[in-house]
Write a new protein. Sequence first.
Length: 291
Amino acid sequence: MLNNFFKKTKYITVSQQSLRKTEEKSDNKPSIPDGMWVKCETCGKVLYKSDLDENNKICNDCGHHFRLRARERINITIDKDTFREFDYSMTSDNPIGFEGYEEKTKKMRNQAGINEAVITGTGKVSGTEVVICVMDSNFMMGSMGSAVGEKITRAVENAIELKLPVLIFTASGGARMQEGIFSLMQMAKVSSAIGRLGKEGLLYITILTDPTTGGVTASFAMLGDIILAEPGTLVGFAGKRVIEQTIRQELPEGFQKAEFLLEHGFIDRIVPRSELKGILKKILTIHDRNR
């Protein structure tokens, strides 16, 4: 009788252990691979990444434009198999001996998959050949170092030689502080090249993408014959807090957004990414007819 009692107790104990294991398994979260879903920072909707990529990284719920890498931008703007890159291997030195700068740029090249914060070259937009420069915020926030300025300047000079219009997609945090005055000099250098482009009667279009700030805004980003912007793009020189502390006034909500700039005449048009290639085609066609 006692033996049967202990056997029953043993059976009950095993069942409780099995139940606990089952409960533990049911509490486990489902295994979802990293990077499969993306949360929209504007509307909060969770998006399937492959669907987002197919939609050119535009939220299909609220229309928020996610940031694109330079090569992604080129792929959706330039006709297939027509892009030819300039100065692929050009990179910045360390002109002021900034500690750790070489290691940082090397790390950025590995992470971003590009050699510098801008890609330049020639290609066709709906059949019309152009010189294109695309900045990439994934490389040190698209900061403008000496190599960035040199690549854009050379691209503009190539456009003058080839008699081609220039498109520049801006995306930058401004001058690259690790290069000191050498970075600031690029503002004048690029602006001077664009001035020569204008004297030749060649078209210069800037497309402001999020974010376009600092020395890039203060120079070539706002020199376009036609200035376009993507919806919601942050455009400005200094940050809102810095400006408010300097002028001791509260600034209006969204005053550095593309929509505010359009309302106050700083840019010509806001163009959704899905419509941009068509708009560029129209502009380039009109310009070509009037040359």
